[in-house]
Design a protein around this ligand. Structure first.
Ligand code: MSP
Length: 651
């Protein structure tokens, strides 16, 4: 049982073919893809499995309702899943279908093995069955003696001959496994639920059905032509049949046990109880982690076809960009918790995290390196001038990897963003433009090289999350995204000695909300997301020229200063409350104390940069900036010539 595998095997659930893919399916698949890509980059031999679950009553009913045979229907929907994952550039190594002959052979071999071991016996089943969940229940478990406790739909009474798996005999062994393997079920809160469930007692599990025939037949040696296997026994076995169980076991040797089975919280019980019990019965090692994620709602509501609010992942990725969608899914919700999908939340992530923090940093590298050093970067003085910043970065990065296979992917990303903050802050602190003016070219170079190196490390870590955008960042920085570079820059903490920066288009242009659901996203927005312009793209000009779009990235508004006071102990700062007609005043800390008194400002108007990320100055938050011009005669605020309505946009 203890064998663990140095190679990495990652699985998603296999998706039922009774429905088209929605955001929940995309979520699991994107997490698995991120883990697989990361694992490959670190040099681990990796196998990533996904596929479709095609047997059972639910699929048979759906096919019948459409006038198709179950196989015709399964072919059609399975093909759609596969196409979606291909469109999403999901790097699966195998796409398994439970109707594949090799899978069916493997399941039969497993049944035979468990039967020979004495873990399977024949009996009669009498109870209730939920077709939607493909789950058996006792009457006591039902709601109002009729409805499924998981999905709320009416259940059917089932009374038929059945084979049973002796699940009850695995109670103690399962409890021992949970106890000895702290992280076998993630997150911990979910593990506790499973442990309590098992402690409350397990009943033997019905694993064959006779009232329909859309399933894997029992092995011929059983001579039971009327029986097909319970769909969950068939489905769970996919994790080993995909590696050749029952045929050639070469891949089993290499990749079993799985590093992680990713599942949604609704199917954790099948994976954390039945699956390890089946594996124990087969004398196979148990998976390292079974990780259960939460459910996505839309704008606070459960998604359902009847409400018409199911989020179509393809539509979102087409409208906002695949990488942005991937980032959002992985960053927005702590693993295991439920998450809410709203366009606003997605836009905030794109415009703020991706546009402001990541994209702009790359622009700054390209701008500064071009302006001062003809795009040539040399890291020779980085350690001399920036050991402090490098230490800060390494202290953060030392922990990030441990978050990944503990499924704390949002924390992994949060920490990478802390590293970006170190970089953005260093530019403000060291002002390379001032260093250049003072003739301290080597210091300016050290700073730009520091930022380039931080960006290179971040790019390596983010490649699994946003592969397409990161390949653009990497080519702009002149680095490769591969295991050798990963080992050099991340594991061995080396620097990129010399490199030449290449200018790239803006990676995450600001985007506005688009019309989704049944409506085709507007072409303009689509183009925005894909970085295309509806006009002919303007040639990127000299550093000092920007396009009009770029200018409009800054929101400038007229505001009235309603309160002003001096900031104690500060020579420069005044603390202002500025009304921008937003329902509350903004606090702005302005470095104008030497030129204006607090009293004379109250009641006057100013031009405010309204979409600046809030910053802390002397422990106080500042939520904007006033426009001003300073020359040898002093500083003047820039104001409208005549009073303007508060909140008016400046263009
Ligand atoms: N076929 C079984 C799995 C067998 S694995 C051996 C199955 N299929 S499913 O298509 O119904 O669900 C697949 C996955 O989608 C599950 O992990 C489920 O949790 C997930 N989701 C379905 N709706 C979801 C959301 N709204 N949000 C997040 N994930 C959700 O179950």
């Amino acid at each position: 049982m203890e064998k663990s595998c140095k190679n990495v095997y990652i699985t998603t659930p296999i998706y039922y073919v009774n429905d088209v893919a929605h955001i929940g399916h995309a979520y699991t698949t994107i997490i698995a893809d991120m883990l697989a890509r990361y694992s490959r980059l670190t040099g681990s031999k990796t196998y990533f499995l996904t596929g479709t679950d095609e047997h059972g009553q639910k699929i048979a009913h759906s096919a019948e309702a459409r006038g198709k045979t179950p196989k015709e229907y399964a072919d059609e929907v399975s093909g759609k899943f596969k196409k979606l994952w291909d469109d999403f550039d999901i790097t699966y190594d195998k796409f398994i279908r439970t109707t594949d002959q090799e899978h069916k052979n493997g399941v039969q071999k497993a049944f035979e093995t468990m039967y020979k071991k004495g873990d399977i016996y024949k009996g009669d089943y009498e109870g209730f069955y939920c077709v939607s969940c493909e789950t058996f229940f006792t009457q006591k478990q039902l709601i109002d003696e009729q409805f499924c406790p998981d999905c709320g739909k009416p259940t059917n009474i089932v009374k038929e001959e059945s084979y049973f798996f002796k699940l009850s005999e695995y109670e103690d062994k399962l409890l021992k496994w949970y106890e000895e393997n702290e992280d076998c079920i993630l997150p911990r809160s979910k593990k506790n639920e499973i442990v309590n469930f098992v402690k409350s007692g397990l009943r033997d599990l019905s694993i064959s059905r006779t009232s329909f025939d859309w399933g894997v037949k029992l092995p011929e040696s059983m001579n039971e032509p009327k029986h097909v296997m319970y769909v969950w026994l068939d489905a769970l076995m996919n994790y080993i049949t995909a590696l050749g169980y029952g045929k050639d076991d070469i891949n089993m040797e290499e990749f079993w046990p799985a590093k992680v089975h990713l599942v949604g919280k609704d199917i954790l019980r099948f994976h954390a109880i039945y699956w390890p019990a089946f594996l124990m019965s087969l004398n196979l090692p148990l998976p390292k982690h079974i990780a259960a994620h939460g459910w996505w709602t839309r704008d606070g509501e459960k998604m359902s076809k009847s409400k018409g609010n199911v989020v179509n992942p393809k539509e979102i990725a087409d409208a906002y960009g695949l990488d942005s969608f991937r980032y959002f899914m992985l960053r927005e919700v702590p693993f295991g918790q439920d998450g809410d999908f709203s366009q606003k939340a997605l836009l905030d992530r794109i415009n703020s995290d991706l546009g402001n923090d990541l994209g702009n940093l790359l622009n700054r590298i390209s701008g500064m390196s071009g302006k001062y050093f003809d795009f040539k970067i040399d890291s020779k003085d980085v350690i001399k001038y920036h050991k402090k910043e490098l230490d800060e970065v390494y202290a953060i990065l030392d922990n990030v990897e441990s978050y990944i296979f503990n499924m704390q992917i949002n924390r992994f990303l949060e920490d990478i963003w802390k590293v970006l903050t170190v970089a953005n802050k260093a530019i403000g602190d060291y002002e390379p433009w001032a260093k250049m003016k003072d003739g301290k070219e080597d210091e300016a170079m050290a700073l730009v090289a520091l930022i380039t190196n931080i960006m290179a490390k971040v790019a390596l870590l983010l490649d699994s999350v946003m592969p397409e955008k990161i390949s653009k960042i990497a080519s702009s920085l002149g680095i490769s995204i591969d295991t050798i570079t990963y080992n050099k820059l991340i594991v061995n903490k080396e620097l990129v000695n010399k490199t030449t920066i290449t200018k790239v288009e803006q990676l995450f242009p600001r985007i506005e909300e688009v019309l989704l659901k049944q409506s085709i996203p507007s072409q303009v927005s689509k183009d925005q997301a894909e970085n295309k312009s509806s006009k002919k793209p303007e040639k990127e000009e000299d550093d000092n020229l920007i396009t009009i779009d770029k200018f409009f990235e800054t929101t400038l508004k007229i505001g009235t200063i309603v309160e002003a006071e001096e900031v104690p102990k500060s020579k420069k700062l005044l603390k202002l409350q500025v009304d921008l007609a937003e329902g509350r005043n903004r606090q702005v800390l302005a470095g104008i104390k030497e030129f204006y008194s607090a009293e004379e400002l109250v009641g006057t108007q100013a031009c405010v940069v309204a979409n600046l990320k809030p910053a802390k100055l002397m422990g106080m938050i500042s939520e904007g900036m006033l426009l001003a011009a300073k020359d040898e005669n002093g500083l003047s605020l820039i104001r409208p010539e005549t009073k303007k309505t508060i909140g008016t946009k400046i263009s």
